[in-house]
Design a protein around this ligand. Structure first.
Ligand code: SF4
Ligand code: SF4
Length: 299
């Protein structure tokens, strides 16, 4: 796990209060996700759009969608009730950067209402290079990019299509564009000193062995943490992988891969794959206490 001893001092200073990035902090500090971003520009075979973006969240969960104004209000209400709240993130339910107006408006309102709270964002990376300036301007501290492969042939098995520059691309061409944009975005962010974590979904027999290569590639482009998450693909969630009978990795397979990547980029092991509207300490979810109805009723 990432801890003070493992990270350079400058990075440690930035993450020590961040429950997702620091093993120590996740016991003491709370984070909150606001689900303001419904659309997505990519299709992943492990995702069913009826649910939250599975790149950052546990699949099969439906978050309550908020407007930026509702989200900012909810942040204030939560910050009052949970003083350990240090981080507000946008992770879905679709891709935050496929909904840039809503995402950046929300960050602006949250920063105005609660200037001490750190902001973070997670994305599939397709639109990332176009938004690096806005991310820097919004003072977003941390970005998570989901990169499942750096090989377009493997990518074609994970992503049936992407929507890019007003056009739908499929197959290897789609995967090549997506991978180029993800790596370009990662490099642009790290060059500006914005901390980047990379998430990868481990899919047995598709990208499992290849994730060691992903680990090396993202480290070379400045990612400071690599979070390898197991595929959760239950048939009842209606994902392509679930319906094809694609299995997720066993706990032993996941651990063996995480061990194999140690020494390259720090591997995160305490991720809980929390939902796009999660509230509270990692491992607890208090979102039911903060429904929009209740927040709006506080007027
Ligand atoms: Fe689903 Fe997220 Fe993939 Fe979009 S990026 S298809 S919301 S898992
Ligand atoms: Fe940020 Fe992801 Fe942690 Fe949410 S789970 S606070 S988006 S790093």
């Amino acid at each position: 796990q990432a801890g003070q001893a493992d990270l350079p001092k400058t990075i440690w200073e930035k993450v020590k209060n961040h429950p997702c990035y620091s093993e120590e902090a996740h016991h003491h500090y709370a984070r909150m996700h606001v689900a303001v971003a419904p659309a997505c520009n990519v299709q992943c075979n492990y995702c069913n759009r009826k649910y939250d973006c599975a790149n950052e969240s546990r699949p099969g969960v439906v978050s309550e969608k908020l407007t930026p104004e509702q989200a900012a209000k909810e942040v204030l209400a939560v910050a009052t009730s949970i003083p350990q709240l240090t981080v507000v993130g946008i992770a879905g339910p679709g891709d935050p950067l496929a909904n840039p107006e809503k995402t950046f408006k929300t960050f602006e309102l949250v920063a105005r209402a609660a200037p001490d709270i750190k902001l973070c964002l997670s994305t599939n990376g397709l639109a990332l290079p176009d938004h690096v300036d806005s991310i820097a301007r919004a003072k977003i501290d941390h970005v998570t990019i989901t990169i499942n492969t750096v090989d377009p042939e493997i990518g074609a098995k994970i992503y049936p299509w992407i929507f890019f520059n007003h056009k739908r691309y499929t197959g290897i061409e789609a995967a090549r564009i997506l991978i180029d944009r993800q790596l370009q975005g990662l490099q642009m962010l790290t060059e500006r000193g914005i901390l980047c974590k990379v998430n990868s979904v481990m899919i047995p027999e598709i990208n499992d062995l290849h994730l060691v290569e992903v680990n090396k590639t993202v480290k070379a482009r400045g990612a400071f943490l690599h979070n390898i998450m197991p595929l959760i693909s239950a048939p009842e969630h209606g994902t392509v992988f679930g319906l094809n009978g694609q299995r997720g990795p066993t706990a032993q397979e996941l651990k063996a891969l995480q061990d194999g990547c140690e020494g390259e980029t720090k591997v995160m092991r305490h991720c809980r794959q929390c939902r796009a509207d999660a509230v509270g300490l990692l491992g607890e979810d208090r979102s039911a206490e903060f429904t929009t109805e209740r927040i709006m009723a506080m007027d």
